[in-house]
Design a protein around this ligand. Sequence first.
Ligand code: PMP
Length: 388
Amino acid sequence: FETAAANCIITANNNPKTPLSSISSINLEQGDPMAFEAFWRKLGDKCTMVISGSDLMSYLSDMGNVCWFLVPELAEAINNLHHGVDNAVSDGRHIVIGTGSTQLYQAALYALSSPGGPEPISVVSAAPYYSQYPAETDYLRSGLYKWDGDANTFDKNNGAYIEVINSPNNPDGTIREAVLAKVNRSAEGKLIHDLAYYWPQYTPITGAADHDIMLFTLSKCTGHAGSRIGWALVKDTEVARKMTRFIELGSIGVSKESQLRAAKILGIVCDDYPNFFEYGRRLMSERWNMLRQVIRQSGVFGLPEYPLEYCNFTGKFTNSHPGFAWLESKEDEDCEKLLRAERIMARGGRRFGADAKYARVSMLSREEIFNIFLERLSAIQAPFASLP
Ligand code: PMP
């Protein structure tokens, strides 16, 4: 959701009942994934669950499992999902469940850095990086780890570090690999792969990812951000144990109601392949086509291009259609300001460790908001842009 309290401005579009004509600013600053709501609404009661007063009362779920608060139905649904999409290896991996992948990011930092040494371990990610990593890493001023910025400029040779690899990357949609491992660093480097957007609606699935710690979230997979369910696939038992311990100390587990809802939703996704992902892929592809057309006509902004790749899931050659558009002002102007003048709230490049000429805009809003976005964006024209 990415609210940074100081920067969070709640505008009318946060309330679906507000008439669209009265919306002053559209909030595309956050990545609230409402684009898929229409799909789930069409399913009517297929996903409805009934929970009685005596259900789900215990703290405990599966005491034989390292992650003892993981509900077995959800573990099974997650495994089925990865088998079906083939985007990550889940066999023989521990599943650790969290209140969103936000909690799991912190659990992973804790697991990789404890019991800790004299200095906190540096946490880095290649810029432009997900804007929440710095704050999430540093807000408790841990003695175990600390944010050290852009992995590309990290220069503590042979020191311990944790590199976070977000692929496809929020904000710019690029496919990424570890940066520091390539420079032949010491074995002290540890990796966290945040694969929140490695799903067929956003990007071609080119292989089953197989990394030590892989983070996923229901928020970006199916759009159910409000359930706050994330999962980690973890190779090492001790790391999985420490991550579980972190969550145990913070919240003694994760809501069973949420876990069962997630299991139900993922079950429907798996039973009905490729329906949900095909719907999402078409929707994102249409939105990106419309956006690129407006951008071409305006002459003010640039957008990243994505390579055509074979997607194992759809069996087609496709490009990426990321959940965010990473806009660049061609004239090196402050992109966030340019958009704000047209009442479009975006997140400026500096928050991602990049230049202010960039800004990130959510592509995952409800349709009405997306259409207003395109209308307002097309009003920003370079001088002579519409001349032949
Ligand atoms: N990682 C990335 C790259 C994200 O974009 C987000 C959500 N914006 C998250 C993690 C966190 O997702 P959640 O806590 O909703 O699972």
